[in-house]
Design a binder for this molecule. Structure first.
Ligand code: AMP
Length: 192
């Protein structure tokens, strides 16, 4: 199985690049953000709880996220591999992901970290907010999400670097340019 974590700050292009990766490599897309937005729309209990955190730009608690992730992995073990998009976002989530995969004889193949500066991230997120109307893509919440990223999520880079799995991809080019770099990195890993 090819198990990729697509890593980066909000607005770094994780979702867009995941869509291209799925098409190219036939992987199962695990987007915790998409899943939570679906639950919010559906008005479920999980959605109501998640919305309280998401609307403020905070992270949904680890216990909730880890349970969701374990369930998703369990249900998709027959797939060619996973692309984890927006998970893990904390060290605890990273460890839980490793544990769950290990229990099933799997591991993370590589972590592709999309490198984009805060100023560009803010511009992209503001633009996305105008187009998609995503409630968390507004000035105040964006600031909080970037802070949360630097404080709680970015330390995962070191966690994966220590495992020799971190691949940094310059993420400020066009969608196609960035995807070419990703393809090269994966083909290098798989010998393709
Ligand atoms: P995303 O679409 O990945 O940017 O996620 C949107 C929001 O959902 C985030 O700002 C968080 O509030 C929440 N969220 C998504 N994934 C996670 C996660 N792995 N851990 C905690 N919160 C998450």
């Amino acid at each position: 199985m090819l198990n990729i974590v697509i890593f980066g700050a909000p607005g770094s292009g994780k979702g867009t690049q995941s869509d291209l990766l799925i098409r190219r490599y036939g992987l199962k897309h695990v987007s915790t953000g998409d899943l939570l937005r679906f639950e919010i729309k559906a008005g479920s209990e999980l959605g109501k709880t998640a919305d309280q955190y998401i609307s403020k730009g905070h992270l949904v608690p680890d216990e909730i996220m880890i349970e969701i992730l374990e369930d998703l992995i369990k249900k998709n073990l027959d797939k060619k591999g996973f692309i984890f998009d927006g998970f893990p976002r904390t060290l605890s989530q990273g460890e839980a992901l490793d544990n769950k995969l290990e229990k099933n004889g799997l591991n993370i193949t590589a972590v592709l970290s999309l490198d984009v500066k805060d100023k560009e991230l803010t511009n992209r997120l503001l633009k996305r907010g105008q187009l998609s109307g995503r409630s968390d893509d507004n000035g105040h919440t964006i600031k909080s999400r970037l802070q949360v990223y630097h404080q709680q999520t970015e330390p995962l880079k070191e966690y994966y670097a220590k495992q020799d799995k971190l691949i940094t991809i310059p993420g400020e080019g066009s969608v196609d340019e960035v995807f070419k770099l990703i393809e090269q990195a994966i083909d290098h890993l798989t010998g393709g």
